[in-house]
Each structure stands twice: as C-alpha cells, then as structure tokens.
Ligand binder design. Structure first.
Ligand SMILES: [Zn+2]
Length: 149
C-alpha cells in the first residue's frame, strides 16, 4: 500500500533528476561501456554519470513519507540511479564496483520500465529492508561478477 502511494511522487522526482544528469553528466568511459555490455544494458549510449558532492534526495515531505514507512537508511547514499542517469558522490567517483552496481540498476530500469522498477524497489525496501531487497541483492551480485570478466 505504501509503495503504491509513494511511487508517483518518487517517479516524478526521479524524472527530474534524470533530466538534470542528462544535461550536466558525462557519457561512459570505454571501461564502463565494457561493464555495461557485460551486464546486458540495451542502451549504454544513453547513460550519463554526474559526479556531485552530495547525492540529492527527495523534497522534505517526500523523504519524511518514505522514512515513516520504511527502514531504509536514506542518510548519505553514495550513489543513486535515475533511469539512464547515475549520480555518484565524489568520494566513490573512481570506484568501478560502485559504477557497475549502478549500471545494474540502469539495466533493471530498462528491463522493468521506470514506474514498475520504482514500485518494486520501494515495496521491496519496505518489506525486506534495503540490504535484503531483491533488486539490491542482484546489483551486488552482478557488480562483483561483471568485474571478473
Ligand atoms: Zn543499489
């Protein structure tokens, strides 16, 4: 229920973040393209990465809503993926495992569609918690595996 309520405002917010990353971000490097190919991204050419000092978070009322319903630790994330846009905190900007992890999330957006991805992501985080959510587990597993080949 909470996921159904929270998805539309999060979706709207995510779209605005993706537009900003598309305007200000950089395309993937050659090595990142190779990771994206291993992960199975359909449209790596659309991906943009924007390095920022702090990851933007949803407006106060939305954040309070999410915090009320979830056990998600929203304080100080190091990265955030919005469709084909990736925010990276400057502290992890050179970490290929973090980039691969976020590329897996891009692939999940491609696979599920933006709205369905967000709804599943929010629901799983509310029910299972951030670390145990299926989409996060997949991102952790594939970001490590993609680094080995
Ligand atoms: Zn993740």
């Amino acid at each position: 229920m909470a996921a159904v309520i929270l998805t539309p405002p999060v979706h709207h917010w995510i779209q605005r973040q993706e537009e900003r990353i598309r305007r200000e971000g950089r395309p993937l490097t050659r090595a990142e393209f190779a990771s994206a190919r291993n992960i199975g991204l359909k449209d790596s050419g659309r991906v943009r990465i924007l390095v920022v000092a702090h990851i933007p978070l949803p407006a106060g009322w939305l954040l309070k809503g999410i915090a009320r319903f979830s056990r998600v630790a929203l304080a100080d994330p190091v990265a955030l993926t919005a469709g084909h846009g990736i925010f990276l905190c400057s502290a992890v900007a050179a970490d290929p495992v973090v980039v691969r992890h976020e590329l897996v999330h891009v692939h999940q957006y491609e696979r599920l569609g933006r709205r369905a991805f967000l709804q599943q992501y929010i629901r799983d985080c509310l029910v299972d918690g951030y670390r145990d959510s299926a989409l996060e587990k997949e991102a952790r597993r594939l970001s490590i595996r993609a680094g080995r080949d």
